[in-house]
Design a protein around this ligand. Sequence first.
Ligand SMILES: [Fe+2]
Ligand SMILES: [Fe+2]
Length: 208
Amino acid sequence: MIDIDRFIIGFDKGLRTVFAPAQSLRAKPGDVLSESILNETQRRHVASLMRVNHSGEVCAQALYQGQALTARDSAARDALEKAAQEETEHLAWTESRIAELGGAKSVLNPLWYAGSFAIGAVAGLLGDKWNLGFLAETERQVVAHLQGHLEKLPADDVKSRAILEQMCNDEARHATSALAHGGGELPEVVKSAMRASSKVMTETAYWL
Ligand SMILES: [Fe+2]
Ligand SMILES: [Fe+2]
C-alpha cells in the first residue's frame, strides 16, 4: 500500500523540482574557469544542449521519487539516496549553466516529470532486482547520451564541458552502485524501449 505521507512528500518534491531553483552542496564544476567566447549560434546550441540535460535531470528526480514511493524493500534505499542527492546537484548545475548562457528551461518539464514519475513507480513495484536493474540501465544510457553531448559542445566551451564530464562520472558510479546492490540485467527489448522513449524527450527538449 502507498503511504499517504510519502505520497505528499513526493508531490511536494515534484513541484519543487519543476518550479523552484535546485541547490547544490558541491561547487558547480568549471565555476573557476573563465567564460569562453561563443558566437550567437554556438551560444544557442549549447543552451539547448544544457536544456536537454536539465530536463534529463528533472526525469532523474522523478524516477527516484517514483521508485521511492513504491519500492517494497528498503535495503537499497540508502544507496539510492546518495545518488538522488547528486542528481539534485546536476539539476542545479545545468540550471545555472542555462542561465549563464541566457537560455530557458524546457516548458515541458512538468510533462517529463509526470511521465518519468509513473515509470519509476512501476519499476519500484517490480522489486529491488528490477528496480535497481532499471536504474543501472537508465544511468548507462545517460552516460552514453552525455558522451554524445561532449562531442557536440564547441571545443573551447570549457565551462559546459566541466559540468558534463562530472555528471558523466557521477552517472557511471550510480550505475555501478545499482548493480552492486543487486540490480538485474534488463531484457534487450526493454532497453530499446527505454532508448526510444528518452529520444522523444531529448529531441523535443532541444527545441522546447
Ligand atoms: Fe544526473
Ligand atoms: Fe545518475
